[in-house]
Design a protein around this ligand. Structure first.
Ligand SMILES: *Cc1c(COP(=O)(O)O)cnc(C)c1O
Length: 438
């Protein structure tokens, strides 16, 4: 562990599970990078989603308004910034991925893109796409007959399973989701209702992924979505940056040398926040500052980013942590090595937060703007105020940003929640009320 870029004090915070903002010493250090995602692949992913849009509009009526594109709103909190983040300057936007249609979480971006990649490859191989540009022919008995020979599988704590399962089943694939013991019952039920096979594993997320990978390797008609190493997932997530650019423009949110952009991204295994950060860095370069956010009990990306190029990411277990968090999607013990190797020079820092503070933010979102999210999604709202602390100030100083903060745009990425059943959300809110004393 001596090779981790962590001070003794930072290591102590990790062990004690106390919140901190860790600044990445390898930020903008190009030698930190081993895997280099191609910007062409980002534009290819966007084009693929456009090609499939007419088909998705047929398969999912809720996509009619957007012409088959899966996108979320950018919410301007306007004067609410101060209540979300005391002392925070600039504008605070919320990226509403908790309302992403079809899958109800940020996983709709990456997971659905990967299933579409597989479907497109198969459809071309099997001659199902006579007219290159008419993907609605994939909504046919002939296409379903081909797709139903294949099983798409994934290991998931819940949300990735929903995204992969729902899209696979809609196209006619057989679908299997390997779930960890901590996955919520309502997520399992939602999948079972759609004809997706749910396989439960007694152990944690990493074990569910390993079991799913092994089962798929043994099946010649099996396709495994590997959350720990998937460029297709990554690029599906990265498309969010292109969409965000035009939303920011429309909202008058400038990003340039005088107008810094700060983005706070909840991180699990790293694909979603890594992909989005990659896309944003391609578009805005050093004017965008990306921070990852994790529960104190599962700081796997912090440990992954603190390693050096090509290092196998260190597990949170080595710091005596047990992944004991209610933040679904973030309850991951080991980061994706591929994502770490691809984004280590792009990420400004990683902060950790207690579950209690997530519930406080969950309560604020409900009370201030009537927005309902799951606990994991609330973590991004803690970002702006962290910049007011010692580590945050050091970052602003190092990058000569102190005098520009009045012009800053902050984006807290809300990542999941709209599928949470009413009773379940009510339990979250009751707990949040209890914690805040409201
Ligand atoms: C999966 C997930 C994330 C993080 O995505 P990773 O690719 O695992 O880092 C964040 N929020 C929610 C709600 C998620 O489901």
């Amino acid at each position: 562990m001596s090779s981790l870029n962590l001070t003794t004090e930072q290591q102590a915070h990790l062990r004690a599970a106390t919140p901190q903002l860790w600044l990445n010493p390898q930020y903008m250090q190009d030698q930190a990078i081993v895997a280099t995602p191609e910007v062409d692949d980002l534009y290819a992913a966007e084009a693929r989603l456009q090609r499939f849009a007419p088909l998705l509009e047929i398969l999912f009526p809720e996509l009619q308004a957007s012409g088959g594109l899966i996108e979320s709103a950018l919410i301007d909190t306007q004067q609410l910034s101060t209540e979300f983040a005391e002392g925070c300057e600039g504008r605070l936007f919320l990226k509403a991925d908790h309302q992403l249609p079809v899958a109800g979480s940020i996983k709709a971006r990456g997971g659905i893109h990967e299933v579409l990649c597989f479907a497109e490859t198969l459809a071309r191989q099997e001659g199902l796409l006579e007219a290159e540009d008419n993907y609605t022919t994939l909504n046919s008995a002939a296409a379903k007959a081909v797709f139903s020979r294949y099983t798409v599988s994934v290991g998931s704590t819940g949300n990735l399973g929903l995204s992969i399962g729902i899209m696979s089943a809609a196209l006619g694939f057989r679908a299997e989701v390997h779930m960890s013991a901590d996955a919520k019952d309502w997520k399992k039920q939602r999948l079972t209702d759609r004809g997706v096979k749910v396989i439960e594993h007694a152990a944690d997320y990493g074990a569910a992924v390993a079991a799913g990978r092994a089962a798929a390797e043994a099946d010649p008609y099996g396709y495994f979505v590997d959350d720990e190493r998937s460029p297709h997932l990554f690029m599906g997530y990265a498309v969010a940056a292109l969409r965000l650019e035009s939303q920011l423009q429309a909202a008058g949110g400038r990003v340039d040398a005088e107008h810094p952009l700060f983005v706070y991204l909840p991180a699990g295994v790293g694909g979603a926040p890594g992909g989005i950060a990659f896309g944003l860095k391609m578009l805005f370069g050093r004017y965008v500052h990306c921070f990852f956010a994790e529960p104190v009990q599962a700081p796997c990306m912090l440990l992954g980013m603190a390693g050096n190029a090509s290092d196998e990411p260190v597990s949170v277990a080595e710091f005596g942590l047990s992944i004991d968090t209610e933040a679904d999607g973030l309850a991951v013990g080991t980061a994706s090595q591929w994502v770490c190797d691809a984004t280590r020079n792009l990420i400004s820092g990683v902060y950790t937060a207690t579950d209690e503070s997530l519930y406080r933010q969950l309560y604020r979102l409900k009370a201030l703007i009537d927005t309902e999210v799951e606990p994991s999604a609330a973590i991004g709202c803690l970002g702006p105020e962290l910049l007011e602390g010692d580590a945050g100030k050091a970052y602003l100083q190092a990058h000569k940003l102190e005098d520009l903060m009045g012009n800053a745009t902050h984006i807290a990425w809300l990542t999941g929640g709209s599928f949470v059943p009413e009773e379940e959300y009510k339990r979250y809110l009751d707990k949040a009320r209890h914690i805040t004393g409201a």
